[in-house]
Ligand binder design. Sequence first.
Ligand SMILES: NC(=O)N[C@@H](CC(=O)O)C(=O)O
Ligand SMILES: [Zn+2]
Ligand SMILES: [Zn+2]
Length: 344
Amino acid sequence: MNRIEIRRPDDWHLHLRDGDMLAAVVPATARVFGRAIVMPNLKPPVRSLEDARAYRDRILAALPEGSSFEPLMTLYLTETTTPEDIREAAESDFVHAVKYYPAGATTNSDSGVRDLERVYPVLEAMERHGVPLLMHGEVTDGDIDVFDREAVFIERHLEKLRPRFPELKMVLEHATTADAIDYVKSAPGPIAATITVHHLMYNRNALFEGGLRPHHYCLPLIKRERHRQALVAAATGGNERFFLGTDSAPHPRHAKESDCGCAGIYSAPAAIELYAEIFEAAGALDKLESFASLHGPDFYGLPHHEDRIALEKREWTLDAELAAGGETIVPLRAGASIGWQVKD
Ligand SMILES: NC(=O)N[C@@H](CC(=O)O)C(=O)O
Ligand SMILES: [Zn+2]
Ligand SMILES: [Zn+2]
């Protein structure tokens, strides 16, 4: 197959940042994706309906002229979030979910939750109002190996939360392990997982290929090959519980290439093209549309897009770095060739 058409896709996990960085990165997503779930881990985080409204306005103002891209906003769950915050958010037409970060787990997560039981009243309100809980599913305990953080989160927390809030919509964000895939496939109640393109492309050798590779460092970490294969099977398998979420997370080059480098991979400039490569290699290009364009809206209760995009099998080379305000960002597959291209 040299050309495919799919309904316009959405990105169900995206970091757009703010200010100059926002202006630099939002066009890459808006060129292809119709909507995106925008993560709230700004500094300070997006906690209230008013924060979300103001951030949404800044995103809309940064969009290229004529773009119909729709940012779907999220609130950052803290131990001071109230059931009233949830009711307000549910009544708005632009907040679509609440994001749980364990305190200290990832970039800008200091305000995250330390004790899940303290937010149970908020989770009850979310369950009642139909607001999905999006989870950065990792524990942060110092005695747990960093490669096991997701599996232990599932065992210690998710397996308790799922039956405690049977109607709560849950998304295990950026699933990275076979454990996550198995759990999400068989768990009762409304649950799904997003899968990034970098976790489909690489196993953990990519972190150390010929030397330390900061541009392959993200959280949750990329895992062993058997986990990558489980993710590919899930993404390409047609199961409605799995859908596209890039977790595109730009950081300036100097913040990644540092003695304490930031976690996050900037994949937006070639995201759908790289997913197409993976689906092609798996012999499953016919499943790309359901993963990228149908399962996500179905889970969130939103309509499918009516228009389509076309992808053609044609080599092109992504820039080695991209300008962002006064900074540069190194995207995923920087300076390398990509096998599929979106036709304008
Ligand atoms: N994925 C990452 O490695 N980083 C994300 C945060 C996150 O999604 O955990 C970021 O905001 O930079
Ligand atoms: Zn995360
Ligand atoms: Zn993320």
